[in-house]
Write a protein that binds this ligand. Structure first.
Ligand SMILES: C[S@@+](CC[C@H](N)C(=O)[O-])C[C@H]1O[C@@H](n2cnc3c(N)ncnc32)[C@H](O)[C@@H]1O
Length: 373
């Protein structure tokens, strides 16, 4: 996308959207991970404050907002605290589970059900698993406790999905992954290793129960805080392909961050959850999946796929509805994507992303595109 020009000034300063560019000290991690936003780790998440600012800029409470790439549900959660109705779509069954748990109307019976479950862990036998991934990535004692907890999940209970999220988060923490690379560990650590995060020798854990207990308490606290902030509005999450989904209603706009080619595998990052929870994967429908590579053909089909998502979303948007797209468009693909999808660009600004996650040490710029249907 062509940025506006200016005499001698660096483009990123000309186009910089200062309201959306926070330095680490202005927006510390505890703010970015407020209430349900850190119910479970998810690589590739929006900063909630970004959605909050966009809602105030472009929308009003009572309107209905769509996120066709809902991921972990950041847009939906922020819509609910803003007072807007929302719907999200995601192709990954785990992301849908997580987004539903985070954005659902609070059920007052959940905290007691969660607290009770953890006290009954020794009452049940671990249900067996055939997953070689789980056997390789978890110490047998840790896996046994996770399988006990899984056996406690009653599918008809109001707390079933929240328990699934607690189970998945505990499995992620108990994995034989080095502490400095929980996002994309390459191989299981089976003995002591040098930990770049803690700057000392660390060991993989055999104790998943500590995480089940800790995340039970943390989840109850986060859900309770969110319950006090949330308006009584609908937040619907569809498990579907956004290129073809029938949303069945009209929306006042979109706030979204699409996947980018070859960058993040949105299924594989939660492999432990798919295996533990018996979820079905739709990898073949995941747009931009790294397994497709970065050939010219792969990039072309990425453009066609994202354009199909926006063209499909446009069928459900009122004319003139704002479409806000946040993307690190290093290949300048979005001019073409917007043209293909029939959206009209109004404005494009950049936001500076300060050092955020993992060991990435330099900031970078993301485009914030404002288009209309
Ligand atoms: C950048 S992430 C969105 C993150 C989200 N903004 C958040 O804060 O959690 C992109 C999402 O698009 C989803 N996705 C990829 N292909 C899709 C498709 N065909 N239909 C719907 N969702 C898709 C991925 O599973 C991933 O969760």
């Amino acid at each position: 996308m062509t940025s506006r020009d200016a005499v001698g000034a660096p483009l990123e300063l000309v186009d910089l959207d200062r309201e959306l560019s926070w330095a680490e000290h202005e927006l510390p991690q505890r703010e970015r991970t407020r209430h349900v936003h850190s119910l479970h780790p998810y690589l590739g998440k929006f900063v909630p404050q970004l959605v909050e600012v966009c809602l105030h800029r472009h929308f009003a409470p009572g309107q209905r907002i769509l996120d066709p790439f809902a991921g972990s549900g950041t847009t939906l959660v922020e819509c609910s605290t803003f007072g807007a109705r929302s719907a999200g779509v995601d192709v990954s069954a785990f992301n849908v589970l997580l987004a539903r748990v985070k954005s659902a109307r609070p059920d007052p019976a959940v905290p007691a059900a969660l607290a009770e479950a953890i006290t009954r862990i020794d009452d049940v036998a671990p249900a067996p698993t055939t997953s070689t991934y789980l056997k390789e990535w978890l110490h047998p004692d840790a896996l046994a406790d996770l399988l006990r907890y899984r056996a406690l999940i009653d599918p008809s209970s109001v707390a079933a999905d929240v328990m699934r999220v607690v189970l998945s988060r505990s499995a992620r923490s108990a994995r034989r992954a080095p502490h400095h690379n929980l996002e994309s560990p390459r191989r299981p650590e089976t003995g002591p290793y040098w930990c770049h995060k803690h700057r000392r020798e660390c060991r993989p854990t055999s104790d998943a129960r500590q995480f089940l207990r800790r995340y039970t308490t943390d989840t109850v606290a986060r859900l309770t805080e969110y319950a006090g902030l949330r308006h009584d509005v609908d937040a619907v999450v569809h498990h579907a392909d956004s290129r073809t989904v029938d949303l069945g209603t009209t929306f006042d706009g979109v706030i979204t961050s699409p996947p980018y080619p070859g960058r993040i595998d949105y299924h594989d990052q939660h492999r432990y959850a798919f295996d533990l929870l018996g979820l079905h994967g739709w990898q073949d429908r995941e747009i931009g999946a790294p397994s497709r590579g970065l050939s010219r053909r792969a990039i072309e089909s990425y453009c066609d796929d994202v354009a199909s998502v926006f063209a499909n979303a446009r069928r459900f948007l009122r004319p003139g509805a704002p479409v806000i797209i946040v993307i690190d468009d290093v290949r300048d693909l979005y001019d073409r994507i917007l043209e293909l999808s029939g959206l009209t660009i109004v404005d494009e600004r950049r936001r500076h992303v300060d050092r955020r996650t993992g060991r990435r040490d330099a900031g970078y710029y993301e485009a914030v595109i404002h288009a209309v249907a």
